[in-house]
Design a protein around this ligand. Structure first.
Ligand code: ADP
Length: 493
């Protein structure tokens, strides 16, 4: 079994690099040695050409003479004594070997003449390999010259250059100082390149390992786990992508947690708010049932009033819960239409006058002479306005003022509901639009509050593209405001 360590990407890439370098090295050495040898042979072919020509003059007198083979053999041995890298042959015009410097048995008795003729025809400029009569290597570099007598061809002098000294490349490599030096330099270069590649690879792997650790830690639930990013290469880009993905996941998890918390809170609030009036209604009904006939008429009617108020409160609460859930689910879409906001404000204020009188609060409007028509869902805006005026009347003590004001602001109309009531403490201001939030819990419940009126008004205003704004000072009063767009802003000036 292969240990896990060696299965790592680092070792796989390292092994691949090693193989690659070995192949490159081998190919490089082979190409270099081969080219060098070819160059040497080409040079040798050029160099021995004059010798071949000179030899023709020495060979010619022996041709056709008795003992030709022996006398030429002696001549060749003499030449070889100061040119040990040569094998000399005398060929007949048809390529038959008539004399040679070689002492042992030859592999072939004839030499293919095509290369010789090609070489002579090219005036010894082309690099051509010819047959080796010794047969050790298929082809070898040679030099040749024709021997003529009285203008007639009597044979060829055929020189195999280098003889058998460099029959193999590795032998040549070990024999050549320059090639050895080149091979060593190549080895050093490859080893250095290998080390640099492994070092770079190790750095990369270190980064990847850090990333893997961070991702695994995140996977195990450590949502704070992030990857430290130092530069901006591709790996860091991946790290950045992970970090931003982690942020998104954390954000969504937080939102889910918050939604879950809100859902629990909502259920608890609804249960609590329903339970209180139901318990009270049940209590009074049971009392009426038990002592109905024995109770004085006044008492009975008071109990009945309380029961009616309780059921009214229940109906209001259920209505508001349904309305808010429809708004939050996005089921209620505003259907904008042009209408006069001044007229709507006056109508609603008129409807609230009896309630204002009951609380002994002055309810007034402050409307400019002409307010152009706005474009909004009239039913929804009426609902939001009712909630704001209702709140203002409930949280303003007797002798206070409630003012509904309209102001033209560019392409919008600003609607403000202000009161001189108890105000909202600063710490509650940011929460008043939350569902079931009541600044003064006992007092709000006492005043019939459900904690849903402002949440509904806010969703309505948001559906119209604005936000409900609250400004308040404790014991001085509160102002709620929002904008509605003019129906024809360009014409209405
Ligand atoms: P509620 O039915 O309790 O009035 P709302 O959502 O309408 O619920 O208001 C939330 C809370 O904001 C109220 O309980 C109250 O404490 C505070 N609030 C709302 N309007 C006013 C106001 N005009 N003056 C003072 N406090 C207010």
């Amino acid at each position: 079994m292969i240990p896990r360590f060696f299965k790592s990407l680092y070792w796989k890439i390292s092994a691949l690099l090693l193989c690659l370098f070995l192949v490159i090295g081998a190919v490089y050495v082979y190409v270099t040695v081969f080219t060098a040898e070819m160059f040497l042979q080409e040079t040798a072919q050029q160099i021995y050409q004059p010798l071949a020509h000179r030899l023709t003059a020495e060979i010619e007198p022996h041709v056709g003479q008795p003992g030709e083979r022996d006398s030429l053999h002696q001549l060749f041995l003499r030449v070889r004594s100061y040119n040990p890298g040569l094998e000399l042959y005398f060929l007949s015009p048809s390529g038959e070997i008539l004399a040679t410097s070689v002492d042992h048995r030859l592999a072939f008795n004839t030499v293919q003449l095509e290369p010789v003729k090609h070489f002579l025809a090219s005036k010894s400029e082309d690099f051509i390999l010819g047959a080796d009569p010794c047969g050790l290597v298929n082809e070898k570099v040679f030099s040749a010259a024709p021997i003529t007598r009285g203008g007639e061809l009597v044979g060829y002098v055929y020189l195999i250059v280098h003889g058998r000294e460099y029959d193999s490349l590795d032998q040549m490599l070990f024999d050549s100082y320059i090639l050895r030096l080149g091979a060593r330099s190549l080895l050093v270069t490859l080893v250095a390149a290998g080390f640099v590649a492994l070092f770079v690879l190790a750095l990369l792997m270190k980064k990847l390992r850090t990333m893997t650790a961070a991702v695994k830690s995140f996977e195990k639930g450590n949502f704070d786990s992030r990857i430290a990013v130092s530069s901006n290469d591709e790996v860091d880009e991946l790290a950045l992508a992970f970090n931003s993905m982690a942020e998104t996941i954390v954000h969504h998890v937080d939102r889910l947690k918050e939604a879950d918390r809100q859902r629990r809170e909502l259920v608890a609030n609804i249960s609590h708010d329903l339970k209180t009036p139901i318990t009270s209604i049940q209590g009074y009904i049971e009392t009426l049932q038990l002592k109905g006939s024995s109770l004085p008429e006044e008492e009975r009617s008071r109990y009945l009033q309380i029961i009616i108020a309780g059921t009214e409160r229940l109906r209001r609460l259920v209505d508001q819960i349904l309305e808010l859930s429809r708004l939050e689910a996005g089921h209620t879409h505003p259907r904008p239409e042009p209408f006069s906001l001044s007229e709507l404000v006056q109508d609603i204020v008129q409807k609230f006058q009896p309630q204002a009188e009951k609380h002994r609060v002055r309810l007034q409007t402050l409307l400019p002479d002409s307010v152009p028509a706005v474009s909004a869902d009239i039913g929804m805006i009426e609902r939001a306005l009712q909630n704001l005026i209702d709140n203002a009347l409930r949280y303003t003590p007797a002798d206070g003022d409630v003012v509904v004001q309209l102001t033209r602001e560019g392409k919008d109309v600003l609607l403000e509901v202000s009161d001189t009531g108890q105000g909202i403490p600063p710490e509650d201001l940011s929460h008043v639009f939350d569902r079931f939030y009541r600044a003064e819990k006992s007092r709000s419940a006492e005043l019939g509050g459900t904690g849903l009126g402002l949440a509904i008004a806010q969703r309505i205003v948001e559906a119209h593209g604005d936000h409900l704004i609250v400004r308040s000072a404790v014991k001085r009063g509160t102002t709620f405001s929002f904008h509605l767009p003019l129906d024809r802003p360009e014409q209405a000036s």
